[in-house]
Write a protein that binds this ligand. Structure first.
Ligand code: ZN
Length: 308
């Protein structure tokens, strides 16, 4: 290697130093931009936050409208949620007719006319509420909860895949520069959802008694997808009457039900009454839990045990 003159070597060192310094300053600049330029995304429920996080990763800042433990049917947004909404670039609504959105979506859109509104249920075929469907003939005069259609679309992993695709399309629309990043994340999460779906099919394949009892009928899409029969305790969003309760106990005995599923957002008293009468137990499953895949795996385990 030829010896460089001291002048040349000094200028080489200086050049290297400048390159290194400018690289460092670009890197720290990029880090600052990442913090300040995150995409503000508002969602209605926690499972959607999980979907957005899995697709958006470090690029998104998520605000959930209905917080943990709150009842999706009656919740009202707080001032701090409205502030986050005013700054958001995208609102991902569930879009399936849940009460929160029926009451609030127009008001949220009016508070931030520039944000993109993504309908997560676009492409999902809405189904009739199972409890209401079964009691249709008896309660024709009553206005059914949810307008007759079942809003709990996310409880089927196949519907969750559609929701994830819709969320990804929305993120690409508001942040096209990160398209590849979003698509890679989306595909990785879709793969996990496909594995979940397959594991549920495998797990339930040997189950012969495919009936399960729940307090609030949030598992309709899950039940239809996996050919299970959901027996809801709640009727038209109301506690059962004494006669209704007696009928449910008979039904539970007849179908050899051992587990009654209750949700933390609802009073478990009638579920406990039925469980006691049949010598079974109450298991709490939260359809609004954030960790979607782990939650459905827990539901699967409980169902397999309950239906043995
Ligand atoms: Zn519900």
């Amino acid at each position: 290697m030829p010896r460089l003159s001291s002048k040349t070597s000094f200028s080489v060192i200086l050049t290297v130093l400048l390159v290194v310094l400018s690289a460092i300053s670009i890197m720290s600049c990029a880090q600052e931009e990442e913090v300040s330029e995150k995409i503000g995304v508002v969602v209605t429920i926690l499972p959607q936050a999980e979907f957005v996080e899995n697709v958006g990763g470090e690029r998104v800042n998520i605000t959930v409208m209905v917080p943990p433990g709150a009842n999706i049917h009656i919740y009202e947004p707080s001032p701090s949620q409205m502030t986050a909404l005013a700054k958001a670039e995208m609102y991902a609504k569930v879009g399936s007719g849940i009460e929160f959105e029926l009451v609030w979506t127009d008001k949220l859109i009016a508070a931030n006319k520039d944000m993109l509104v993504v309908d997560c249920s676009q492409g999902i075929e809405l189904q009739v509420m199972i409890g209401e469907y079964e009691h249709e003939g008896e309660h024709e005069e009553e206005e059914p909860e949810h307008g007759g259609m079942d809003p709990h679309v996310w409880m089927s992993p196949l519907n969750a895949q559609i929701m994830v695709r819709n969320i990804c399309d929305g993120l690409i629309q508001v942040d096209p520069d990160s398209k590849t990043y979003y698509e890679q994340n989306r595909d990785a999460y879709l793969q996990k959802l496909a594995e979940l779906d397959q594991d549920i099919r495998d797990g339930l394949s040997g189950v012969t008694n495919r009936k399960f009892m729940v307090y609030h009928p949030a598992f309709g899409y899950f039940a239809r997808e996996y050919k299970l029969t959901m027996l809801p305790i709640e009727e038209e969003g109301k506690e059962p009457t004494a006669a209704g309760l007696a009928h449910l106990i008979e039904q539970a005995k007849e179908h050899e039900i051992k587990v009654i599923f209750a949700e933390p957002q609802f009073n478990p008293q009638s579920a406990e009454v039925i469980a006691e009468a049949i010598g079974g137990r109450v298991v709490f499953i939260d359809p609004l839990a954030r960790d979607y895949i782990a939650n459905l795996r827990m539901l699967l385990d409980e169902l397999v045990q309950a239906m043995e």
